[in-house]
Design a protein around this ligand. Structure first.
Ligand code: ACO
Length: 333
């Protein structure tokens, strides 16, 4: 049976840097409040007319493909995670496919929010292991700056999120030395409304107008911050342990943990729970905020660029997000 190996990583973050101080022009907040509770110092916002969800994904994908010495023509399947597609439908994978000139190739749009990239990775891994495809492009891309409520009433959510995209190339290999060892996926819909955006929802009164949805606040992110925190710190630990146990490892065997960049307090809690050092955990939330499905591939690609990812290392990707969803992947690099 073939295995999947990650052979190229890429990312794109928009050039527009928005600092905590910049946010004070729209809402009552402060750099100290944001840093103390989230660790975030700045984030990137897309530039209208230049960036789209799909164009950012395409930029990240081009870089990942180039680093794998491949072209878009070599890709057999695209699995694309986002909660902020350019259109309500079709998904942004279609637009990225068009931009990269990959017409006719199968594409799959994935939701699953902050766990989206790990879900996408798992699906691509199954395609390669089954022998159906040899090369997959796995993408996470988000433009969140357009839908967050930047007034004081939305500040508990608005300060957290940013825009960006990341991508990974997976190739089938017969060698077991460098491969995705396993992936682990979970979801629990009982908590759907603890972190959600209702509109444009379809289960509404007939012909509900866009204006009504907006007036009712249906487009705003609703977050039960303490519920998210409590579940996240438990689920992150569980799903990391699950991956380790499935492969006969202990937490100390992890060379690099790449968690979804939800909130620095959550990552720190998980790091301490597992007894890992700061050097063993990748964090870049200080500079990019929480980029939902893009956060893991951006963090992984940056860590690779910085030389922190070395051949033979044991890498663990772990995510928790709205739904609730949680997921992990263990990789022998
Ligand atoms: N600036 C200043 N004050 C603020 C801000 C802000 N940006 N946001 C909220 N406040 C105020 C509130 O108005 C409130 O004031 P009050 O006590 O006078 O009423 C007080 O701070 C507490 O408000 P909460 O909404 O309860 O904010 P909380 O202290 O819970 O902090 C935070 C918000 C940091 C998001 C917290 O809930 C948290 O850490 N949650 C964990 C979940 C998380 O990180 N979610 C984001 C990622 S989701 C994911 O990726 C899975």
């Amino acid at each position: 049976m073939p295995h999947s190996r990650m052979t190229g990583l890429g990312y794109y973050v928009p050039e527009n840097v928005v600092t905590n101080q910049d946010l004070t022009q729209w809402m009552e907040t402060s750099d100290a409040w944001i840093q103390e509770r989230t660790g975030i110092q700045e984030r990137r916002y897309f530039t209208y007319g230049k960036d789209t969800n799909a164009s950012m994904a395409a930029a990240a994908s081009r870089q990942a493909l180039e680093r794998a010495s491949l072209t878009p023509a070599d890709v057999d399947v695209v699995v694309y995670a986002t909660i902020t597609p350019d259109y309500y439908f079709p998904g942004s994978a279609f637009l990225m496919q068009r931009e990269l000139g990959m017409e006719g190739k199968p594409i799959i749009d994935i939701r699953e929010q902050c766990s989206g990239f790990v879900y996408a990775l798992s699906i691509a891994d199954q395609f390669l292991k089954s022998g159906m495809y040899r090369t997959a492009l796995v993408v996470g891309s988000e433009i969140q700056s357009t839908w967050i409520d930047k007034s004081t009433s939305g500040r508990n959510v608005a300060v957290i999120f940013g825009d960006g995209a990341g991508a990974a190339v997976l190739q089938a290999t017969d060698s077991p030395d460098h491969r995705i060892l396993s992936t682990h996926l979970h979801a629990d819909g009982r908590f759907a409304e603890d972190l959600y955006v209702r509109d444009p929802g379809s289960s509404r009164p007939d012909r509900a107008a866009t204006k009504e949805m907006a007036d009712e606040g249906g487009y705003n992110v609703v977050m039960n911050g303490s519920a998210v925190f409590k579940h996240a710190v438990v689920r992150f630990g569980e799903v990391i342990q699950e991956a380790l146990q499935a492969n006969g490892f202990q937490p100390g065997d992890i060379d690099l943990l790449i968690p979804h960049q939800a909130n620095l307090r959550i990552s720190d809690y998980v790091r301490q729970q597992l007894g890992l050092s700061e050097a063993q955990v990748v964090t870049n939330i200080q500079r990019y905020g929480n980029t939902t499905a893009a956060s893991i591939p951006i963090a992984l690609a940056e860590a690779w660029e910085q030389g922190r990812v070395q051949e033979g290392q044991l890498l663990c990707l772990a995510a928790f997000g709205s739904g609730f969803t949680w997921a992990s992947a263990l990789i022998r690099w």
